[in-house]
Design a binder for this molecule. Structure first.
Ligand code: F6R
Length: 607
């Protein structure tokens, strides 16, 4: 997730405006920054690696000349944070400048094709293919707008783009597919940005671009067209009444809620991984004699779920281990034949890195899954995968958890393929299912938002919760419990439901809420038995069920419904969503700020 901004104005010196607006987008990415403007037929560009203030101190972002320009603050996906990889990117002759937020999935093919045609590339980014594609189309005699339009037709993946060119220096061309892009209508100026806060101090009139739309901005007007058939779209600006702080959270009261709602988009990005990394990692996992999945907190819960995925799909036994216990628990079993897959959103968690370091010293193969390019985990891993969720600001992990699960599910399928354990038809059907997950999560969020508020209101004063699931839903139960506990400070326990009779049931007395995770899988009959045991002792049953599961509905005091259509093996990705919402509303009901739970930090860099 990056931030893009563009400004075309009647007045000169847009560079300062771009710089200030990028600062309001810095929460979207902060590993590098850049600006390009046009003046007297020439593109001026400044960019570098680092936070905006640091880069500005070194190279002064405000002194680029001109009344038209674009800017970018980066959250690296393809290519490490560096000056050459920072946006804007140019064509061969420095006539076209592009800033981009999103992922161009077919960039490798396009790059090879353009290189064959003589284009030379400077960066490792996917974005750089765009100015070169436009340049190539211009050679064919197209106008700038047509050249952009033809280039867009070739792009697969997601994008929000702002493009300027010395060929027609009176306009910014923008386009959107999946990644957000909003126009700001000012007095004698037009803006485009990834997010409203970027231009809110300049104008409160906003036009939200829809998917597959192109916008052309002049300093005094704008035009929107559909990419598909180039028809005009008439859309009047809306008046934004948010404060700057509300706007940064896109109108949500907290980052956590915003990030819960961002899950469909984050999941779509997690489906856009490059095959070579998935295949390479799958090969290492297949070859290893023993595989450890190592992580802390929420990331550990992703590992636990993954151990069921690897076993059920690929018949590969793996050992999920809490990172701080890894050396004591498994250290002596680590050797050259071991693969350790370390999962860490931040890529900086000290306990996880200590486990990795230990494994490296014993010649094991280190594989990494993280959300942060350039993090320590990416540097110490033999192969790493970036989950591409964008920055997560709320301390409680939400969108990064579901994305980790989706990446691990894809990995398990790859290993299954290599091992020939699942027929190619089944693999295809699983792959189709994975593609549907972002939509299912979207539906599930909508369906449960109000419900989560109501249920949180009802149980806000409960002093203890139990979370129970069987099979892979054990991981969902553990994660649901962690979310509730860490932000609303209600003591809670989570167990595989089968264990409850071996101890935890003694805690149950009338009114104790017991949350059951109940996908329609093989464990359903036994979980119904566990619900009955708890009910008989007076527990209040809150269930997370598949839509239309009347039998469990009847047994429950309250229930959350999750859309069907997802196999048991992927169910944690959808079943956790209502529990994230529930935890969030519990914290709010109890008067706590869910974004800043006491004593916790987003990145735990001490052991
Ligand atoms: C809980 C949470 C933490 C992290 C844990 C590991 O909501 O966010 O439990 O999951 O600190 O962090 P990473 O994934 O950055 O290694």
């Amino acid at each position: 997730m990056c931030g893009i901004f563009g400004c075309i104005s009647r007045d000169n010196n847009v560079a300062k405006i771009i710089h200030e607006s990028l600062k309001r987008l810095e929460y979207r990415g902060y590993d590098s920054v850049g600006e390009a403007t046009i003046s007297e037929g020439r593109i001026y560009i400044k960019k570098d690696q680092g936070k905006i203030d640091d880069v500005h101190r070194l190279i002064n972002l405000d002194d680029l000349p001109g009344s038209i320009g674009i800017g970018h603050t980066r959250w690296a996906t393809h290519g490490a944070p560096s000056r050459v990889n920072a946006h804007p990117h140019l064509d061969c002759h420095g006539k076209i400048a592009v800033v981009h937020n999103g992922i161009i999935e077919n960039f490798a093919e396009l790059k090879a094709e353009l290189e064959n045609l003589g284009h030379s590339f400077k960066s490792k980014t996917d974005t750089e293919v765009i100015p070169h594609l436009i340049e190539e189309n211009l050679k064919g005699g197209l106008s700038l707008l047509d050249a952009v339009r033809e280039a867009l037709k070739r792009l697969e993946g997601s994008y929000a783009l702002a493009i300027i060119s010395t060929i027609e220096p009176d306009k910014i061309i923008c386009a959107r597919r999946e990644s957000p892009l909003i126009l700001g209508v000012g007095k004698g100026a037009m803006y485009c940005a990834s997010d409203i806060p970027a231009f809110l101090p300049l104008t409160n009139e906003a036009v939200i671009l829809e998917n597959n739309e192109v916008a052309i901005l002049w300093h005094d007007r704008y035009e929107i067209r559909k990419l598909e058939n180039w028809s005009h779209v008439i859309r009047e600006p809306e008046i934004i009444t948010w404060t700057a702080e509300m706007a940064e959270k896109q109108g949500y009261p907290h980052f956590m809620l915003k990030e819960i709602h961002e899950q469909p988009l984050a999941l779509r990005n997690a489906l856009r991984l490059q095959d070579i990394y998935l295949d390479l990692m799958a090969t290492f996992l297949d070859r290893a004699k023993n595989v450890f999945l190592v992580a802390c907190g929420t990331s550990y819960h992703a590992c636990l779920a993954a151990s069921y995925m690897f076993s059920k799909l690929a018949y590969l036994p793996t050992y999920p281990i809490i990172a701080s216990e890894f050396i004591e628990q498994a250290g002596m079993a680590v050797n050259i034949d071991t693969a350790i897959l370390a999962v860490s959103q931040s890529g900086e968690t000290a306990d996880t890195l200590a486990a990795v370091e230990y494994a490296r010293n014993r010649a094991a193969t280190v594989l990494g899954l993280t959300n942060v390019v350039g993090s320590t985990l990416t540097r110490v891993s033999r192969v790493y995968i970036l989950q591409q969720s964008g920055p997560e600001i709320g301390v409680a992990a939400t969108k990064t958890f579901t994305s980790q699960l989706l990446v691990l599910a894809q990995l398990a399928l790859r290993v299954a393929k290599i091992r020939g354990k699942v027929s190619s038809q089944e693999i295809k059907s699983f792959e189709r299912e994975l593609k549907m997950i972002p939509d299912i999560v979207e539906w599930t969020i909508m369906r449960n938002e109000e419900k989560a508020k109501q249920i949180a209101r009802k149980y806000r004063d409960s002093r203890f919760f139990l979370f129970l699931g069987r099979g892979i839903s054990t991981a969902t139960a553990l994660e649901g419990r962690l979310k509730l506990m860490e932000i609303s400070y209600v003591p809670a326990m989570a167990f595989p439901a089968g264990e409850s009779k071996h101890g935890p049931i003694s805690l149950v007395e009338p009114g104790v809420p017991a949350v059951f995770i109940c996908p329609k899988d093989k464990t359903r009959k036994t979980i119904i038995g566990n619900i009955m045991e708890m009910k008989a002792r007076g527990a209040s049953i809150i269930s997370v069920i598949e839509e239309g599961d009347e039998e469990i509905k009847q047994l429950s005091d309250d229930y959350f419904e999750v859309a069907g259509g997802v196999s048991e093996i992927f169910s944690p990705i959808t079943f956790i969503v209502p529990l994230q919402l529930f935890a969030y509303y519990m914290a709010v009901e109890r008067g706590y700020n869910p974004d800043m739970p006491r004593n916790l930090a987003k990145s735990v860099t001490v052991k």
